[in-house]
Structure formats: C-alpha cells, structure tokens
Write a protein that binds this ligand. Structure first.
Ligand code: CIR
Length: 264
C-alpha cells in the first residue's frame, strides 16, 4: 500500500549556526539579550529533535554580519524539488536571502527568487492544498502577490491573509498539527482565516505555544507552555518539548530555526 506524502513529512532540513552577534538580534520588546551559549544549546537540542524525528540536518556556518541569520526560515521557502529565495522585510535581514541562495542551489533542482515586495518565511504556512501568506509588518501586499505568482508556477495555491496587529509573524500565532488541524491563538482564529480546517486554540496566556512544528509523527513545542502540551498530548499528538528561553528573547520560536523538505 502506498501512502501519499503529507505536508509535514520531511526527511531533510537546513539550519545555520548562530553567530555571536545573535545577542543583537531584533526584538520588539527589550527583555535582555540572549546568551550566545544558550542559543547554541537550544539549537543543538532542536537539531537533535529533528534528527530523532527522522530528518537529516545540514548545518550551515554562522554569519556574523547577520545577527538573526540563525532563523533561516525567514530567508527562503522550500518544497519538494524547488526553493524560493525571499526578500525579508527587516532592513538588517535583507542580505540573509542572498547568503542562503548558494546552499539552496546545491540542494534543489529549481531555485527561483522573489523580486518584488517583501516576504518573511515566518509569515508563510504551507497547509494541505493552500499556502497561507500572512501580511504583516515584514510581509507586504506586493510581496504576497509576487509570491502567489511563484507558488502558482510550482502548482501551489497561495492565499494572502492578514496577521493580527502587533504579531511579528503569521506563524507566531499558528502551526499545523496535521493536514486537517491547525493550532492557533484565539486572536488569529477569530479572523476566520482557517475556515475549512479544524482549529485547536492555545489556552489563554499560552499564545506563544502556537509556534509549534509538526515534523513527521511528532510535534516540537516550546517547553514554556505546559497546559498546551497537556491538551495536545490528550488529543493524541506526540509532543516533544524544547527549551526556547534564549531565542524567545529575540522573538523566535520553533519553526524559524530550520527549512524543511522532502528530498534526496
Ligand atoms: C526577527 O525579529 O526577525 C528575529 N529576531 C526573530 C525571527 C523569528 N522568525 C520566525 O519566527 N520565523
């Protein structure tokens, strides 16, 4: 019996080592700089969790010139056989896209570039049959439109939607639990954007849990949200709790530290 590949079935991932400059990473609210060694340790545990979930992880060298470059998800989108080099919305992050392009060229048959507007990968949720593109302070309408065109060439349907005011990325507030189910904050779900999907809401006060990461049979989740973990465990998801204490100081969660795909 053959089983078709699900949107969260991955066997490969790309990560980048944090630079020492990560202590200067962008943050909306100042709550102290992350410790470099702490970010390194959180990333090491994350890579181990991806590997334990059945993913082969390639590690790119650190880029000191780009404090946020450990968050590779924002610089590109990857699919089976194809990659899209994005145009991150924050001025200090623009160069990360060109910096990751050669690594994508070595791994993907087709690499195309977004040439208009801005899109951060953190605003893009690839669900079954639909790629949500959340417009935000980092992703504008022009970028979302241009990305829809590129997705169309790959046979994918891009759907521009809104990210709630004050939320960094669309995926800060949602993630896939399975092909029918999305974990989302109440403020994002209230917009009706996930019509047609089953939505599981993060408990009040645990909104940060929404940036989880479904990988094969597991769901990687921050260990800072025990009520969400308990709820998802009870629903039958295999939760892998991971420390995000240091990366959270610079507004990061679990999707942002890797690019994931199915490939050779
Ligand atoms: C930033 O503000 O761009 C970084 N400090 C955090 C990026 C997190 N990226 C993501 O969730 N996709």
């Amino acid at each position: 019996m053959t089983r078709t590949t699900r949107v969260f079935d991955f066997n490969r991932a790309l990560v980048r080592l944090p630079a020492r400059s990560v202590v200067n990473g962008l943050r909306a609210v100042e709550c102290g700089a992350p410790r470099f060694e702490g970010v390194l340790a959180e990333q090491a545990a994350y890579v181990a969790a991806l590997e334990a979930a059945g993913v082969g992880v390639d590690v790119l060298p650190a880029l000191e010139a780009f404090p946020d470059s450990v968050f590779v998800e924002d610089a590109a989108l990857v699919f089976e056989g194809a990659a899209i080099v994005l145009r991150p919305g924050a001025e200090s992050r623009r160069g990360e896209a060109e910096a990751i392009a050669p690594a994508l060229g070595e791994r993907f048959e087709h690499v195309v570039r977004l040439t208009q507007g801005n899109v951060d990968g953190g605003d893009v949720l690839a669900a079954a049959g639909k790629v949500f593109i959340g417009q935000s302070a980092r992703t504008n309408a022009e970028g979302a439109r241009a990305l829809c065109g590129l997705l169309d060439q790959l046979g994918l349907h891009g759907a521009p939607v809104a990210t709630p005011e004050g939320v960094l990325h669309f995926k800060s507030d949602c993630s896939l639990l399975d092909e029918e189910t999305i974990l989302a904050t109440a403020r994002l779900a209230a917009s009706g954007v996930f019509e047609g999907f089953r939505v599981v809401l993060t408990p009040e006060g645990e909104e940060g849990a929404a940036n989880a990461l479904r990988v094969n049979e597991r769901v990687l989740m921050s260990d800072a949200f025990p009520r969400t973990a308990e709820m998802l465990n009870a629903l039958g998801y295999a939760i892998v709790p991971l420390a995000t204490h240091e990366i959270a100081k610079i507004d990061a969660g679990l999707s942002c530290m890797s690019l994931r795909w199915r490939g050779r």
